[in-house]
Design a protein around this ligand. Structure first.
Ligand code: FAD
Ligand code: A2P
Length: 264
């Protein structure tokens, strides 16, 4: 198969394994694909019966990038990721070029301080938005909270944040504006605890020297994690007086599922 036979086929250009459960990869970008940083698309591989196995994936690269990047879980018996985790440079991948999603600047009202709240692979849309100039042009400061069970799972996000300061396009825009708060919950590291707790009990403000609490006048938030996480964060944000927005009705915070999981 090649791109002339199947226009949805793209070619893998890079693969990085971060842990035994996490990897990222880059693919060629269809020339016609336009998307807003923070959106997701359907990607996949041909199944054994020839029918594609497609799953939703946040685009982790910003809208201006020549290629597309994805950040992925490896589910050992997952229909897609049991195969996708073995993908190699030069191999084809299916990409349906129909980007959608709510983690976009258009769905937020103007504000001063923007909170990116992610667990696990929920970091992916923020890997895009952190590299998006609009993020830095629209807000005075950005707080990136990323929480995982273990420190090793923070590696992709940490590297991305470090590289931001040296980025020729974004580096200057970011200077002095980014507050990065990686935490772990099942292993000791510099910062620990759940995002919900660290927001509600004020730990994140104390640790980073930020003004608290969140206010609907100043703060905006984008949330991406498991269903349980999203639900609990939404309750915390509503407690601060923030209201949920959407593409058609911009407001103070927006939410996207990082995956469709068990429970709730
Ligand atoms: P599935 O049958 O899809 O999943 C099996 C089980 O694995 C699920 O029930 C769940 O318990 C668990 N699981 C699935 N995905 C994850 C995950 N990301 N983290 C932790 N546990 C998980 N996945 C990514 O890795 N990166 C992304 O950027 C991403 N973006 C998504 C955006 C949206 C809007 C949605 C709805 C899902 C997204 N997902 C993402 C999840 C993705 O669609 C697949 O579920 C995942 O790739 C696993 O596919 P699978 O066929 O191997 O297993
Ligand atoms: P914890 O270890 O205390 O459960 P998971 O791997 O289960 O998706 O969790 C990823 C991270 O998100 C973990 O650090 C986990 O903390 C945290 N987490 C899971 N559920 C919630 C929730 N409902 N509220 C806040 N944090 C959560």
């Amino acid at each position: 198969m090649n791109q002339q036979i199947n226009p949805d086929l793209q070619t893998v250009t890079a693969v990085t394994h971060w842990t035994d459960r996490l990897f990222s990869f880059r693919v060629t970008r269809p020339q016609s694909l336009r998307f807003r940083s923070g959106e997701f698309v359907m990607i996949g591989l041909p199944g054994d019966n020839g029918k594609p196995i497609l799953r939703a994936y946040s685009i982790a690269s910003p809208a201006w990038d020549d290629e597309l990047e994805f950040y992925s879980i490896k589910v050992p018996d997952g229909p897609l990721t049991s195969k996708l985790q073995h993908i190699q440079v030069g191999e084809p991948i299916i990409l349906r070029p129909k980007p959608v999603g709510t983690l976009v600047h258009d769905a937020l009202k103007p504000g001063k301080r923007l909170w990116f709240l992610a667990t696990g692979t929920g970091f992916a849309p923020f890997a895009s938005l952190l590299r998006e100039p609009e993020t830095w042009e629209k807000f005075d400061s950005v707080v990136m909270m990323h929480t995982c069970r273990e420190a090793g799972e923070l590696a992709y996000g940490r590297k991305l944040v470090e590289d931001l300061q040296n980025d020729p396009l974004i580096g200057e825009l970011v200077e002095g504006k980014l507050h990065y708060y990686p935490t772990t919950t099942r292993e000791e590291s510099r910062y620990t605890g759940r995002i919900t707790d660290n927001l509600a009990n004020g730990t994140v403000f104390a640790d980073l020297g930020l003004d608290g609490p969140l206010t609907a006048e100043r703060d905006r938030a984008m949330v991406c994690g498991s269903l349980a996480f999203n639900k609990d964060v939404a309750a915390v944000l509503e407690g601060f007086g923030l209201e949920e927005g959407s593409n058609s009705a911009p407001a103070d915070y927006v939410i996207e599922k990082a995956f469709v999981g068990d429970g709730i």
